[in-house]
Design a protein around this ligand. Sequence first.
Ligand code: ATP
Ligand code: MG
Length: 429
Amino acid sequence: MRLPIRAVTPKTEFAEIIGWVHEVRDLGGLSFFLIRDRTGIIQVTIPKKKVPAEVLDTARNVSRESVVRVRGRVKAIEKAPGGREIVPEELDIISIAESPLPLDVAEKVPAEMDTRIDSRFLDVRKPRVRAIFFIRSMVTCAAMEFLASRGCINITTPKIVAAATEGGTELFPIAYFEKEAFMNQSPQLYKQMMMAAGFEAVFEIGPIFRAEEHNTIRHLNEATSLDVEVSFADHNDVMDLLEDLIVHVYGCVRETCADQIAELGVDLTVPAKPFPRIPYTEAIDIANRAVEEKLSFGDDLSPAAERAIGDVIGQHYFIVDWPTDIRPYYAMPYPDRPEFCKAFDLMHPRMELSSGAQRIHDHDLLVARIRAKGLSPESFEFYLRTFRYGMPPHAGWGLGIERLVMTMLDLSNIREAVLFPRDRHRLMP
Ligand code: ATP
Ligand code: MG
């Protein structure tokens, strides 16, 4: 029976494994193969005089990255990876790989990001790259499990929509039969509508589409958002929930992905609660002590400002109490100082991870805010009508999964955290 490579130990007597040929070394009388599957790497040693003729024959023809099946005795040997090797009695090529390879999976020859993405299926065979996606999978599973345990219902909302969430230019128009439609920028309006439907607490993990014009290391044109919306909650309640989620997810990754963390060589510390909550005006002051291009009240934080504040705070933190004018129309203004609203951003010292707010649940105030943003309430009628038949107060946030993984694993480019990145210059693979 086939064993995962990791399950073959120095004490195993006999094993059959299937995997990819990671490396081939021929030393005359002896040849070595490293065989890799998703669980690990094992050495296969072929003493030319001691193995069957068919094994030798096959060994001569095998190329790197071919899929092979090996059956043989296991021997404890200190110098080999995992302290063991297999001496084959049988060796079959299941699927041959062409040479030369477009990419060196053993990473002896470094490759640029573009080359790597062009052959992403090979790139992901690298243990280091696979570790990223193993952890990403744990991040989304842990987040879903956490939110379900907090009573959130998992929803799926449309990605082809007729109206922009917030107006604006970051939209991808598409041809939808006789009409123009758009790829959805965010599930914002739909998750709020589910508050009117009485779901009370919902979450969705799904794609968001943004026509980001510029290539940056932290923007994708197709990203994955974890969205949450909760009824009878305010901004502070959902910040608590977000903070708990981050700590839970980091904890799960630490507990279950020790091998992957070691493979990546990162220091994954679970962030400490509570995360500091810094008012926007204070954040601007902190930034202005460090950045050359000074910020004024009402400016969005530049990447340089975000980093400057991150350096001072040194851990995850929230920026709260934003000027109403620079937040979306659905953010709830403070009743006693309406120039500020109950919006927040969750920040990692390197960059923004999430934006959220208590939302406006009063129909007329919402209409006034839409108008004030220069948008037309008519195009939001499908959304606005849900505010006329019993809309509970509610709050929520959207968290970028790629940015969460990127900052958790200290990756230098967001493209490292997505299998098939979409940017201005890339539609394939
Ligand atoms: P930024 O100002 O950093 O471009 P944003 O404020 O426009 O982000 P939001 O609309 O607040 O983004 O979206 C919520 C979260 O979704 C962001 O905090 C981020 O984690 C993620 N996100 C948004 N746009 C992108 C994108 N183009 N690529 C990757 N992640 C994104
Ligand atoms: Mg934001």
